[in-house]
Design a protein around this ligand. Structure first.
Ligand code: ATP
Ligand code: MG
Length: 417
């Protein structure tokens, strides 16, 4: 993509009311736009990042047998009344709306009820399980606080997967598989070394759950990490009984602020019983299915990456989530020969399937480099009078700023490795 065709522009300052680092940088670089408190639009660059994150998640969910579907945002109160979750006391973040005739509808804050009702139509025998279904779908939550930029918003996309198993053993097998898939997702997203499977409370569904917490000062949670074991405990369940069960010792734990980037939850038969999702076992007896839910917020993950991997100059995207692989920057000084050479390199990269943002603007070097640092594409290629005189291209890694020089005959190979 040519920068001159991009409608967004970088800006020197973020809005004054924006307190979080992730939103400040993402707004300044033109990834997102704040519509109102806790509500952000994704601009072309931001949408590319979000899609890349979703692609990683989708690949890993498909690899463990997940089947993708898409449910609806509008929710039927009757369904939620059956599970006693329609009231604002049960779910304090409900957004609700009314029909023309006065009837009420909900805007989904989560999807346990509709997925259980949907699967009830298709599961009737033990032979129908296990099944794993997931979606990327908009959730609405009337969150009290919205000060964490894109990490806690009132409208956001969630990847939510639900598992349906015949018994506890079949459920556990998938639960552990999904935990491993989550570890792969956060590794591919560039935050694997800072993300820990964290023992946490199970809320109203079960005694315990597992969160995936990423160490970060901007986090809202406090966790205690056992580095040797590679696991952590959330402060909310930081009690002797839990530590003993996990085989970890208080004196070896490290306290840290962390962001919950994902979680996995045993649901037991809480929803299957209330909504009649039962199956016939071998003897013909009707038994409620054992369920689990598995969430990741792609936008929260995106915000976490920005919080962790940015520097004083701007964002530093990991390879797999970056909006483009390469930022081609031409420093032309009005010289047509340099423009022609940069155009040629752009075409060459594009023909080889390399995703490139081409800063073809007629602007000064300082401005172009500052924008490139802010936008944070992993590899920068510079074409200037100097590089042309040397017969090649300067390659700069955004992460460490180290420049190398490559002859254009070796460029494609260098980028493909
Ligand atoms: P939190 O305790 O942070 O509010 P939660 O327990 O409500 O999270 P879930 O309902 O299990 O989270 O949602 C699954 C995932 O969706 C979370 O792990 C997080 O990544 C993401 N998520 C939750 N709430 C938001 C939000 N308001 N904005 C963006 N992402 C969110
Ligand atoms: Mg919440």
């Amino acid at each position: 993509m040519r920068h001159t065709q991009l409608f967004t522009k970088t800006r020197k300052d973020a809005p004054k009311d924006e307190v979080s680092k992730n939103a400040q940088l993402l707004i300044r670089a033109g990834y997102v736009r704040k519509e109102l408190a806790g509500v952000y639009a994704y601009l072309p660059l931001g949408l590319r990042v979000l899609s890349n994150i979703q692609k990683i998640i989708r690949e890993e969910m498909n690899a463990i047998g997940g089947q993708e579907l898409s449910m609806t945002t509008l929710q039927n109160p009757a369904l939620w009344q059956k599970t006693d979750r329609w009231s604002d006391e049960a779910i304090d973040v409900w957004f609700k709306t009314t029909l023309k005739d006065g009837g009420e509808l909900g805007l989904a804050p989560t999807h346990e009820e509709p997925i259980t009702s949907l699967m009830q139509e298709y599961i009737s025998s033990y032979k129908d399980m296990p099944k794993y279904v997931y979606q990327f779908q908009t959730k609405f939550r009337n969150e009290l606080r919205a000060k964490s930029g894109i990490m806690r918003t009132r409208e956001f996309i969630m990847k939510d997967l639900y598992s349906f198993s015949r018994d506890e053993a079949q459920f556990r097998e998938f639960y552990e598989k999904c935990a491993e898939a989550y570890a792969r997702i956060f590794k591919r997203a560039g935050i694997g070394d800072k993300t820990f499977r964290t023992f946490a409370s199970g809320g109203s569904f079960s005694k315990f759950s597992d969160e995936f917490q990423t160490i970060c000062d901007a986090g809202e949670d406090t966790i205690y990490i056992d580095r040797k074991k590679g696991i952590a405990v959330n402060k909310e369940v930081y009690i002797d009984e839990v530590l003993a069960e996990l085989g970890i010792v208080k004196s070896e734990l490290e306290e840290a602020k962390a962001i919950e980037v994902g979680n996995i939850f045993p649901l037991g038969t809480r929803f299957s019983e209330a909504l009649g999702l039962t199956y016939k076992d071998e003897s013909g007896k009707e038994i409620p299915a054992v369920m689990g839910s598995y969430g990741i917020g792609p936008a929260r993950l995106m915000g976490t990456i920005v919080e962790l991997l940015s520097d004083a100059k701007g964002i530093v995207w990991p390879k797999e989530v970056a909006p483009f692989a390469v930022h081609l920057v031409s420093i032309t000084g009005g010289n047509d020969e340099i423009v022609a050479e940069a155009d040629r390199i752009y075409d060459m990269l594009t023909e080889h399937g390399i995703e490139v943002l081409y800063d073809d603007r007629d602007a000064r070097a300082g401005e172009k480099f500052a924008d490139s640092d802010l936008i944070g594409i992993p590899t920068r290629l510079v074409i200037s009078e100097k590089t042309m005189a040397q017969g090649g291209i300067e390659v700069v890694a955004r992460a460490n700023g180290t420049p190398t020089f490559v002859a254009d005959s070796g460029l494609i190979e260098l980028l493909q490795n």
